[in-house]
Design a protein around this ligand. Structure first.
Ligand code: NAD
Length: 477
């Protein structure tokens, strides 16, 4: 370790100690009122910084102001309001029913703050995915370090300012920096690590935290497929898919990654897709490039990855329904819809995470479901269809973090639904009460009122021996 990084490590240890000490003194008083005060302060401060948030995201990747309002500010504000409304209930100890073998006892579950949390966030929704988990951490009564992504530096700076203004420094700290900072933080004994990012880094985080048996929530990514069935409302499906795919220029963990469309309706569906792109982003390449409602790619590395993906697909026979020239300088890639891709191409193998949408025709729905089942479990799966039997078949067969029926993305905003993946798309869940639980330990409390248990203690002779036999037989039924 060189001089600079050892000084950094000392700094981080100090921050950790400050939060842990804060927790120790707060333990008794960080009740409902104090948690609500923290959440209200956060809400107020975000409101006061709205303009700077919009400017920061525009500077990081040309994110349109309305998208920033809808997908950065709104989700955090609703998460706060939801927590404020429900926190009293979430915090209450829950009585559980007494089981037969436990007659004479009383059981309760008491949620307690896990302690000091580390939140590592990605760049693609730099505010929502840092502050959302922080709301859950504060609601649960935890202190937290937030480590935003180095790839969205203007957003990280405004996040840091918001946290400094809103919350005491022994409750929340924003530490900016890249993977090295994240790794050093991971070695500190945080009581919970909440990671949002790629499956590759998620595995590294899980391994590092696992070494010290720490607890972890992993919100990861992958390919989220869409199925457009033979009886779908094609106009509605096309509009939803185009909106969900090209918002944030496709850099959304639950964006439709690719579309499987029933062969019988492929041609009219493609026409609707094209019309939807024209309506939302402009009729031709020039109009689309000038659209103020379309974001840019976060950095040159991702720009190069995506343009290479498109070139490789087109070089091997894929055709573009919409698209056109990209611009490296502004990191602009037009809304690109590809036909004629195949499973060997990178667009069909890797998470796309950009404004590129392969459309793949199918004849039998079960072959699509087999293909989905053979791959890593998706974070989200979407089906557009009006036939209930088809919807029910997909809902019961496919395993995914979430299922959207005739809708994409919106489940992220429904705070009474858990948000999370399964397998390679994640572990654990966020949002609303699930977020609160991620940062809470559910302590089991058992109390005896009278004590039949003492009849079951040794020495096991005579009546006691008979009793153990009878009990085992009766209660084991
Ligand atoms: P990333 O995994 O590259 O980075 C995420 C965070 O981890 C950043 O803060 C980064 O600094 C840190 N990091 C990077 N390398 C690290 C290392 N070796 N050790 C420790 N920390 C490290 O992800 P990204 O590019 O910022 O985000 C895109 C990915 O995130 C996509 O795969 C997307 O699907 C996923 N994602 C998931 C969700 C969700 O809620 N499930 C939301 C948004 C994004």
């Amino acid at each position: 370790m060189d001089g600079e990084s050892s000084a950094q490590m000392i700094g981080m240890r100090r921050v950790f100690a400050r939060l842990a000490n804060g927790n120790a003194t707060r333990r008794v008083q960080f009740g409902l009122a104090e948690r609500r005060t923290a959440l209200l302060a956060l809400r107020r401060t975000i409101r006061a910084h709205e303009r700077e948030i919009i400017d920061a995201l525009a500077s990081d990747f040309g994110k349109p102001p309305s998208e920033t309002r809808l997908t950065e500010i709104l989700p955090v504000q609703t998460e706060i309001s939801h927590a404020l409304r429900n926190l009293r209930r979430w915090m209450r100890p829950r009585r559980v029913r007494t089981t037969r073998a436990m007659l004479g006892t009383r059981g309760r579950i008491l949620p307690q703050p896990k302690g000091t949390a580390l939140i590592i966030a990605p760049w693609n929704y730099p505010l929502a995915l840092s502050l959302g988990p922080l709301v859950s951490a504060l609601a649960a009564g935890c202190a937290a370090v937030v480590k935003p992504s180095e790839l969205a530096p203007a957003s990280a700076a405004i996040l840091s300012e918001i946290l400094t203004d809103a919350l005491p420094e022994d409750l929340t700290v924003c530490l900016e920096g890249g993977p090295e900072i994240a790794q050093s933080l991971l070695d500190l004994p945080f009581d919970h690590v909440f990671f949002t990012g790629s499956p590759r880094v998620g595995a590294l985080v899980a391994e590092r935290v696992g070494r010290r048996l720490g607890s972890v929530t992993l919100e990861l990514g992958g390919k989220s497929p869409v199925i457009v069935g033979p009886n779908a409302d094609l106009k509605q499906a096309a509009r939803m898919i185009v909106w969900g795919k090209f918002a944030n220029a496709g850099q959304t963990c639950i964006a439709p990654d690719h579309v499987f469309v029933a062969k019988s309706i492929e041609a009219p569906f493609l026409a609707e897709l094209k019309a939807a792109v024209a309506k939302m982003y402009g009729r031709d390449e020039a109009a689309q490039a000038a659209s103020r409602d379309f974001a840019r790619i976060i950095d040159f590395k991702h720009f190069a990855r995506l343009t290479e993906m498109i070139a490789q697909a087109q070089g091997s026979g894929a055709r573009a329904l919409t698209g056109g020239p990209s611009d490296a300088e502004t990191r602009y890639i037009p809304p690109t819809i590809l036909m004629g891709t195949d499973p060997d191409m990178a667009v069909e193998r890797e998470e796309i995470f950009g404004p590129v949408l392969p459309v793949i025709p199918f004849v039998r729905l079960d072959t699509v479901l087999d293909r989905i089942e053979a791959g890593p479990r998706p974070l989200a799966l979407y089906i557009f269809e009006r036939d209930r039997a088809v919807i029910d078949h997909v809902a019961s067969r496919a395993i995914s973090g979430a299922l959207g029926i005739n809708v994409v993305l919106a489940h992220f905003l429904h705070l009474n639904l858990p948000f999370g993946g399964i397998g390679r798309s994640g572990q654990g869940a966020a949002h609303g009460e699930w977020g609160f639980r991620a940062f809470s330990h559910e302590k089991a409390i058992l109390e005896t009122r009278f004590a039949p248990l003492r009849l079951l203690m040794p020495p096991y002779r005579g009546s006691r021996k008979r009793l153990t036999k009878i009990m085992t037989r009766i209660l084991g039924r």
